[in-house]
Design a protein around this ligand. Structure first.
Ligand code: ZN
Ligand code: MN
Length: 499
């Protein structure tokens, strides 16, 4: 099939074909040292500074398993409702790649540490249970840098440099079972699964899960079959998709592309593909190897792994409250609808709202400031809500100043502006900018007298009993005091003076 064939529109494609997808997610564990040696596993060191004979695959070096990496993997397996093996082994996966110095990767094959679990994800008001096939351990490869070309890709490059710092960093691969039956929602379910998995891994404290730095990367497997045929089609595997949005987009474009091939009576080629952010399309990589091509065999340099039951039980007992349970608890405590809770989560504000409530604000106020004014600021400055230079404690203090009548909403927004501009704490901004609500009767009395004198016709109407007209005079005073007057007090004064 040609690659230029026009794609079928998404809705048309999913009305006639049933997508079945599976996701393989690689997670870099946040251990201090690498999987099989004592080299630091940190990101961002000088190239080839964090290496030793083991992770460079030099002759005579021998790997030793990182106990903490095993513990983290068991933690992930338990949180994903998996069975933890009482005995398992590492395996060699043999293939050549310039950034993999041993020419094999130590991974797990037919004896993974964790098997047969699930993760529930909520999409469009329904819960989809995504089956987990396996969670296994392996080591990361190094990284090739292709130099001299325009795109940073190997095509068009003059030469390549290899950095082995990443070689041997512990990886966990979480593999789902095939997920059928989600129809048009398939791309959203896939995105929701990765979102939930990322929150879970963050809560477990096993990885920094930064997709943009590659510490969480997804391979998206997808096939289509004619709706109702009961047979699964040939699948493609789109490699290393590195944002949540791209997971969804890659799957959509792959559904549209495969539908066009099937419509034309063609056969989908089983292959790996690459997703391009700029075009939203996938292009072919290599034709897909089968497992037997890797000549897996048990790793002879490592003893089998047999985690003791007591150790596993201890890890189970130490699991934190998991994200789905925490969200349900907070939603109940805050009295939010599903829709409002989804808005908090989608804005990336869950932890911020929780911390603001913990600092004393009401849930309604915490939500209002983070999803309103502060989200607007974040959008305008193109940053994440969590990166704004304002703390939950400060937001709680602003809410408190409003509740106690010392600020109104307009002044509170000005105080937050000041905090975000680096002018100090809310109280410092109030003092420096002179932003407190003016409720002092003496000061307000002067402003009210001026407003009455300048608007005799309005004043006459209020005197005649048209109390509603007082609002117009209140407006005059508010403008004159640049919004700082206590509006309720101003109204009281106007009515008293004109009665
Ligand atoms: Zn090393
Ligand atoms: Mn892998």
């Amino acid at each position: 099939m040609t690659e230029t064939m026009a794609a079928v529109a998404f809705n048309d494609a999913v009305s006639r074909y049933e997508p079945v997808f599976g996701l393989e997610t690689h997670v870099e564990l946040g251990t201090i040292t690498k999987m099989f040696c004592g080299c630091p596993a940190a990101f961002g060191a000088e190239p080839n500074a964090a290496v030793c004979p083991v992770c460079l695959g030099l002759p005579g070096s021998l790997p030793v398993v990182n106990r903490r990496a095993v513990e983290y993997t068991i933690r992930i397996g338990l949180a994903l409702n998996c069975t933890i093996a009482t005995w398992c082994r590492f395996a060699r996966k043999n293939y050549f790649y310039p950034d993999m110095p041993k020419d094999y990767q130590i991974s797990q094959y037919d004896e993974p540490l964790c098997t047969d679990g699930y993760l529930d994800v909520a999409v469009a008001g329904t819960v989809v249970r995504v089956g987990i096939e396996r969670v296994h351990m392996e080591e990361d490869t190094g990284k090739s840098h292709h130099m001299g070309g325009a795109t940073g890709r190997i095509h068009g490059a003059d030469y390549s440099l290899v950095d082995y710092n990443r070689a041997g960093i512990p990886l966990v691969e979480v593999v789902t079972k095939p997920v059928p039956g989600t129809g048009a929602l398939a791309p959203e379910v896939a995105r929701a699964y990765v979102t939930e998995l990322r929150e879970l891994l963050r809560a477990l404290g096993v990885s920094d899960v930064r997709m943009e730095e590659g510490s969480l990367r997804c391979d998206v497997n997808l096939s289509l079959s004619p709706a109702g045929s009961g047979q699964w089609g040939k699948r493609t595997e789109t490699k290393n998709v590195n944002s949540l949005r791209s997971v969804e987009r890659a799957m959509r474009s792959e559904i549209e592309r495969q539908a066009a091939i099937l419509d034309a009576g063609g056969t989908v080629v089983q292959e790996t593909r690459h997703f391009h952010e700029e075009t939203g399309q996938t292009t072919p990589g290599r034709s897909k190897e089968e497992a037997q091509d890797y000549r897996y065999f048990p790793e002879p340099d490592l003893v089998p792994l047999a985690p003791e039951a007591a150790w596993v039980d201890g890890i189970r007992a130490s699991l934190p409250e998991l994200p789905a349970a925490r969200r349900a608890r907070l939603q109940a405590e805050w009295g939010l609808s599903d829709l409002d809770m989804a808005a908090v989560r989608n804005a990336g504000a869950l932890d911020l709202v929780a911390a603001t409530v913990a600092a004393g604000a009401s849930p309604a106020n915490a939500r209002k400031w983070w999803l309103g004014e502060l989200s607007r600021h974040a959008n305008e400055s193109g940053t994440e809500l969590t990166h704004l230079p304002v703390t939950p404690d400060q937001v709680a203090r602003v809410a408190e100043l409003v509740s106690s009548g010392q600020l109104n909403d307009k002044l509170a927004r000005a105080v937050l502006d000041g905090v975000l501009a680096g002018e100090g704490s809310p109280d410092e901004v109030v003092a420096a900018r002179g932003l407190a609500v003016v409720s002092d009767e003496g000061a307000l009395g002067v402003a009210v007298d001026e407003a009455i004198a300048a608007n005799p016709d309005l004043a006459a109407k209020v005197r005649d009993g048209k109390v509603n007209v007082a609002a117009a005079l209140v407006g005059v005073v508010m403008r004159a005091t640049r919004g700082q007057a206590d509006a309720a007090k101003v109204r009281e004064l106007i009515l008293a003076k004109l009665s």
